[in-house]
Write a protein that binds this ligand. Structure first.
Ligand SMILES: [Zn+2]
Length: 273
């Protein structure tokens, strides 16, 4: 979901470790000077206090998609896109609260563990953002979270590596208000793999996991999977920080995705300042 084509990276090397962005120090200092409160409980001190961080999920669950895009590899989400997790995603992505990168990386790492269990080699391919989006934000939120998640996994003994395989191609209309079928049509052909030849030979035998921050209909992940398959790279699974909850309020059944257009996800936005 996210910004139409998620938020990852687009150019040059197929492997990368820290696309943190030049604002890192400035933003961190600003947080220190202005004082912050916990996104979970409002306690002053940290953007996410220790108890609230400790209450975050440590395992992932299969994302519930209805309909499931045809052929979509198993898709995992560490949390529902709600409450504090939603505030973490938005605070990091839109407000550059870089201290939130660590808990987000923990959540994504949990999803990767579920998508590719065990210590065998795993390649993490982030869904890319359009370059203009990265420039406007001043950082590459998903790319940074994926890089840190890979580091977490390596510390646990998992041979995890980030690979810059996917890149956006062409213009994509805003996904907001589109149902699952319309999203899929809108996204068809929007991603490609220009750097696949740079994939090191040592990557052979690795499992490939596509990473995104939030899964909504699965259309973006399906497009990523299609682009990778087109260059001969089968996707083992998809790992996301969170999955949106789309239940029809009266029936309790999943609603068409366009029917419950999400308000801009800014719960506790006041506390993000
Ligand atoms: Zn708290």
């Amino acid at each position: 979901m996210a910004d139409v084509v998620g938020s990852g990276m687009t150019e040059s090397h197929p492997t990368v470790d820290d696309p943190g962005g030049p604002l890192r120090v400035r933003e961190a200092v600003a947080d220190l000077l202005t004082g912050v409160t916990c996104l979970g409980c409002g306690r002053p001190g940290r953007l996410l206090c220790a108890p609230c961080r400790g209450a975050l999920p440590t395992t992932a669950a299969p994302a519930v998609l209805d309909p499931v895009p045809p052929g979509l590899a198993p898709t995992w989400a560490a949390a529902p896109y709600d409450g504090v997790v939603r505030a973490l995603v938005v605070g990091h992505k839109e407000r550059r609260r870089l201290a939130l990168r660590a808990p987000l990386a923990d959540l994504l790492a949990a999803a990767v563990r579920a998508a590719a269990p065990g210590a065998g080699p795993v390649l993490l391919a982030a869904v890319p953002s359009r370059p203009a989006v990265v420039r406007a934000r001043g950082h590459d939120p998903l790319g940074a979270v994926v890089a840190l998640a890979a580091r977490r996994l390596r510390h646990e003994g998992v041979a995890a590596r980030v690979v810059r395989l996917l890149a956006p191609r062409g213009a994509v209309a805003d996904q907001a208000g589109l149902d699952a079928a319309a999203r899929a049509a809108n996204l068809a052909g929007s991603l490609w793999c220009p750097h696949v030849r740079r994939l090191p030979a040592t990557a052979a035998g690795s499992r490939l996991v596509v990473c995104d921050d939030v899964v909504t209909t699965g259309a973006t992940l399906a497009e990523a999977q299609r682009a990778l398959a087109a260059v001969g790279l089968p996707v083992t699974g998809h790992a996301t920080v969170a999955a949106t909850l789309r239940r029809h309020p009266s029936s309790g059944r999943p609603a068409p995705t366009g029917a419950t257009s999400e308000p801009l996800p800014l719960p506790r936005a006041d506390r993000l300042h």
